[in-house]
Write a protein that binds this ligand. Sequence first.
Ligand SMILES: [Fe+2]
Length: 246
Amino acid sequence: MSGLKVDAIRIRDHVQRLGERYPPIDLASADYSLNNGAYPQGADANIDTTTTTTTTGEVPPATPDLGPVPVRVRILGAVAHLPFVHEVIRLLYYLTGAATEKAAMIAYQSMSDGLKEMGETAVQRTIVDAIKVQEPGHFAFYRLSALEMVQAGALASWQLYLARVLRSRRFSLVGAKTEEQRTDYGGVIVNLGLDAEIERSVRDIVRVETQLLWAHRNGLNVPSYALKAFREAADQYRGRTQLQAA
Ligand SMILES: [Fe+2]
């Protein structure tokens, strides 16, 4: 683990600096113009939506997830007011945040590279890169917050054990609760070319929890539950694509 010493003041200063350095992006600063206005329409509805967004500048309305609250969330909700559980949940929240922001960093980088290759530098610079530069700061917030908890000794060893158990059994890709959402997530992994080096990508994405939760397993490269979740999503997507092509 790095020798970085973290406390609450350091985290607060970091958040303040983020706000000053990256005020909300002005929509008027986005340049939607494309060099090639005739990209083929994809068979996939998602590609269609993206194309529409890019060319008209209108963001399609999001569909709210009104599905039932999973049992595990209800159980956690029921015990969450107990201080010792609260700390475990807070740590897991930060670890999930760190993994999500790191995944966003990797995804935006790969989108930026792709757009550059296509010569679409207006969209690349004014939209993707404008968002991309904000992500490392978000990632740092979650990483610092998790580090601070562990360094301050906020969790007893049995709480860290509980965090490991919950994480190993319940690791899920953020925003992907149903089979279909998981398959879509796999589509992002495959289409951004991340599955070619999936082990390296996942290792980067979950590095904070590898270091904080699994420090006692010296030299553990990547927790197997995380690698499995990403691999399965990518496999499911490839399976669906093959079915559709057949
Ligand atoms: Fe972010």
